[in-house]
Design a protein around this ligand. Structure first.
Ligand SMILES: [Zn+2]
Length: 455
């Protein structure tokens, strides 16, 4: 560690007091005007405090400099970079723009210039501080960029363009994306061990997978979402219509990518939650083939359950095709099949479907229902699942698709570029899985290499 510059605390406080004094001088007359309201006072106090904050931050950067700048430092190229001079650089922070004075070194061999203080602090002249990027991204993952930048400015008095806010949001999403990619590659290439998950794995862990759609400039794309969760208590012996879904400790993983690649991430996130050590692992999802293929590949021992509502939908489709939408007869017929399914009279359901098959109708709902039920028969053992107290509704992943994806990416008129959509999905999944702070706290600080021509 280098020895920091010694500063007299009184001198430092005095410097700050000068700025504070100016703020007071400017604000007091306003306070004494007849028509001034608290709203005006808050505004002026906020504005002046931000200026004091800027100066405070600048002073803190100043005192973090070494007592004596070394005459030379080692350069990345193996040569020796020599001290040239001190240079000022402006940077944007959560306090607004600040000016920092840093020592500049230049290597005569490779002509690369460096600012050791920038490297250490993560300061980037002409750039945004890490804390500002993270604050912008936090707003950008929740609000459309053009609204987000306005809201941010109103709350912080730091002005940023829509594009600046977008860039910060996408940057964090991209870093997350690359980190996830790197951990999958490290595990699959054998360079890293599989995560062991929490010390105390859950007794019963649920997993689920679903997909939704987002409009992009390459047409509609289908983001996939995986989730892991526990429940605090098993549901009552009631149909899921009557339950209150009690998913807890939900974590999400989302992306726009092919099922096979998605599966690797899903496997890894499952390991992180202790899926391989949970006493019971239960997957609840709709009957889509790609979903169960992934489950069988990565979690062959998991209990597999087809979502009760998806199964019900097939019954309703047959009822409506046979007896007309909204008719008493359709209602009666569907209710009888739902009872049969609920009590495990699977053959009776199939027989009832068969009675309504219309030959030569390509879209025959009865034939579709028969296929779906036969393919997923072992995932529809509802009486057995009920006895075990398993959840048989996939509401958690469906609300996950809304929370993680639809709420931000499917607003009216939105068209995304695919990279941007992936980045925002990554960030929202991370935020809603309670991993935002942890990720941001471990981000490498913004860095930049300087060469003479761009300095
Ligand atoms: Zn060099």
């Amino acid at each position: 560690m280098n020895k920091n510059t010694t500063y007299d605390l009184d001198t430092l406080a005095g410097e700050l007091a000068t700025v504070l004094r100016e703020a007071v001088e400017e604000a007091v007359p306003l306070a004494q005007q007849e028509e001034t309201e608290l709203r005006d006072l808050e505004r002026v106090a906020q504005d002046k405090m931000r200026r004091v904050g800027q100066r405070f931050l600048e002073l803190l950067i100043e005192v973090s400099r070494p007592e004596e700048e070394p005459a030379a430092i080692s350069c990345r190229c193996g040569g020796v970079a020599e001290f040239e001079r001190h240079r000022e650089g402006k940077g944007l922070t959560t306090m607004g723009q600040i000016v920092a004075t840093r020592a500049y070194y230049l290597c005569p061999d490779c002509h690369e210039g460096t600012y050791p203080l920038d490297e250490r602090l993560g300061f980037r002249a002409g750039g945004l501080s890490a804390a500002l990027q993270e604050a912008l991204a936090l707003v950008g993952i929740h609000l459309p960029f053009e609204i987000a930048s306005e809201v941010f400015e109103r709350l912080t008095h730091v002005s940023i363009s829509d594009n600046g806010l977008r860039e910060s949001t996408e940057r964090i999403g991209q870093e997350r994306l690359e980190a996830e990619q790197a951990s999958v590659e490290a595990v699959w290439s054998g360079d890293a061990d599989l995560p062991e998950g929490p010390e105390d794995p859950p007794e019963r862990l649920y997993g689920s997978i679903d997909e939704t759609s987002v409009r992009t400039d390459e047409g509609w794309r289908k983001p996939k979402l995986g989730s892991w969760y526990t429940t605090n208590e098993p549901p009552d012996q009631q149909r899921p219509e009557e339950w209150e879904l009690r998913a807890e400790a939900i974590s999400y993983y989302g992306d726009i990518k092919r099922a096979e690649a998605f599966g690797r991430h899903l496997y890894l996130t499952g390991r992180q939650r202790g899926a391989h050590r949970a006493q019971e692992l239960v997957f609840v999802a709709d009957g889509a083939k790609w979903i169960w293929k992934l489950v069988e590949e990565h979690f062959p021992d998991a209990v597999q359950i087809v979502d009760w509502y998806h199964a019900s939908e097939y019954i309703w489709n047959v009822a409506q095709a046979a007896y007309g939408e909204g008719t008493d007869k359709a209602q009666e017929w569907a209710a009888a099949r739902l009872d049969e399914l609920w009590y495990g009279d699977f053959e009776d359901v199939l027989r009832a479907f068969r009675a309504h098959v219309t030959p030569d109708w390509d879209d025959d709902p009865a034939r579709k229902a028969i296929n779906y039920f036969q393919n997923n028969r072992h995932r529809m053992r509802y009486p057995e699942f009920r006895d075990q107290g398993y959840q048989i509704g996939s509401g958690t992943i469906e609300s996950g698709c809304k929370r993680v994806i639809a709420a931000r990416l499917k607003q009216a008129g939105m068209t995304w570029n695919v990279d941007g959509a992936r980045q925002v999905i990554k960030s929202r999944a991370m935020y809603l899985s309670d991993q935002w702070d942890d990720f941001c706290n471990h981000r490498p600080p913004p860095r930049r290499t300087y060469s003479r021509c761009v300095a």
